[in-house]
Design a protein around this ligand. Structure first.
Ligand SMILES: Cc1ncc(COP(=O)(O)O)c(C=O)c1O
Length: 388
């Protein structure tokens, strides 16, 4: 039986036609599949890799493994011209198991465990971020000679998933830390920042680059010659709205860089969401429906705990439902996940047509920060990844 989905014009703006068609034909070929499943379009990942960094000459791209650490994706990326940004021993072990060379790995997590530093250093990883004296001491003890870069605090205004609250220091402190680093056995090489994930405000990069430039100059005046600027991740993808195109974002960033930094500066970019996000379509099924206090509830087999965690922080997905036997107008639904916890509410008041129990619901742009955040709370499985 060929399943029929209600595909509307706005869906076509969110996800590429090819990715959607591939997902639909996979479902047709596997109508009895266990759900939830995360279908990942290989070609889309490769296309993203081929676009990112191209507008910024001489830049090096490091995939932020946290976005989706599934082995099949890492294997695919192993054969591309990208490096990897990692935060933990677990992520390092995945890359080591694939034989990915240490020259392709950096770690921008400013606070790392000693075993992680030791393991990464012994493996040959050279680049480590920091933003505190105590981290500097750890790096000096357990990664002598390593190349270290400081994390600056920068505005995250207009980013749907802000990352400014936990890490990053102001300019004065950053300068002090780089100066301290220069007095140790470490090599202070640069600056990093993160403008916030799903950043819809290109001006954030402008302010961040300007701030990094001030730090750069301050270091130069004091005999510390930096060479690397890591502009972090943050490139946006389409969820319910069409996000700025990566090429446009990068051409703006290129202009900012040209204005502020000499051409020989090494630029690192560490995108996660923009490499895998729009390649993923989550295939879920309707577990049940209910009317509560005159509101329509729809329960899916994936929820906040086993894949859609980012919905708690405000990421809103686009859904495609299956056609029902009778045509039904859209109504406002509250979508809940499968668990018994009342935190497990994915979205309130989303417009969708009526659906039948057991029917498929597709969630678009679900490739990033879904399975990597997921737990098996309440015994509900984490979606398996299938490359299509
Ligand atoms: C240090 C660091 N680099 C890169 C990323 C990837 O960011 P994005 O997925 O927004 O591109 C993150 C995300 O949390 C991060 O913390």
């Amino acid at each position: 039986m060929v399943r029929k989905f209600r595909i509307e014009n706005h869906h076509r703006k969110i996800v590429s036609k090819r990715t959607l068609l591939k997902a639909l034909s996979f479902i047709d070929a596997h109508p009895q599949m266990d759900t939830p499943v995360l279908l990942m379009d290989k070609e889309k990942i490769l296309e993203n890799v081929s676009i990112i960094g191209k507008e910024i000459k001489g830049s090096q791209v490091f995939y932020a493994v946290k976005a989706n650490a599934d082995l099949s994706i890492l294997k695919l990326l192993k054969h591309q011209d990208v490096g990897f940004e990692i935060a933990s021993e677990g992520e390092l072990e995945l890359l080591m198991s694939l034989g990915i060379s240490p020259q392709r790995i950096i770690t921008s997590n400013p606070i790392k465990s000693v075993p992680f530093i030791q393991k990464a250093y012994q493996y040959g990883v050279q680049y480590f971020a920091f933003d505190s004296l105590s981290e500097l001491e750890k790096l000096s003890l357990f990664a002598p000679g390593a190349r270290v870069y400081v994390r600056l605090a920068v505005p995250n205004e207009g980013s749907e998933w802000p990352l400014s609250k936990k890490f990053g220091v102001e300019l004065e402190e950053a300068f002090f830390l780089l100066q301290k680093a220069s007095q140790t056995n470490l090599k202070p090489v640069g600056v990093t920042f993160h403008v916030g994930s799903q950043c819809l405000n290109v001006y954030n990069w402008y302010i961040a680059i300007e701030k990094a430039k001030q730090l750069w100059e301050r270091c130069k005046e004091n005999g510390i010659n930096l060479e690397m600027l890591n502009i972090g991740g943050g490139y946006p993808i389409n969820y319910t709205r069409v996000a700025p195109d990566i090429r446009e974002v990068e051409s703006q960033i290129r202009k900012f860089l040209k204005e502020k930094f000499p051409s020989r500066t090494q630029i690192f970019i560490e995108p996660g969401r923009a490499i895998v996000g729009n390649a993923g379509i989550m295939v879920t099924r309707v577990l049940g429906k209910a009317e509560r206090n005159y509101e329509h509830w729809l329960y899916l087999d994936v929820g906040v705990f086993n894949g859609l965690m980012e919905s708690l922080g405000g990421i809103k997905y686009t859904y495609i439902t299956e056609e029902t036997s009778k045509s039904s107008p859209c109504k406002k639904w509250i979508i809940g996940g499968p668990s018994c916890d009342s935190m497990d509410i994915v979205v309130r008041h989303v417009d969708l047509p009526d659906v039948e129990e057991g029917s498929f619901v597709l969630i678009l742009s679900a490739g990033a920060y879904t399975i990597s955040y997921a737990s098996e709370f309440n015994g509900f499985p984490i979606p398996k990844v299938v490359l299509i």
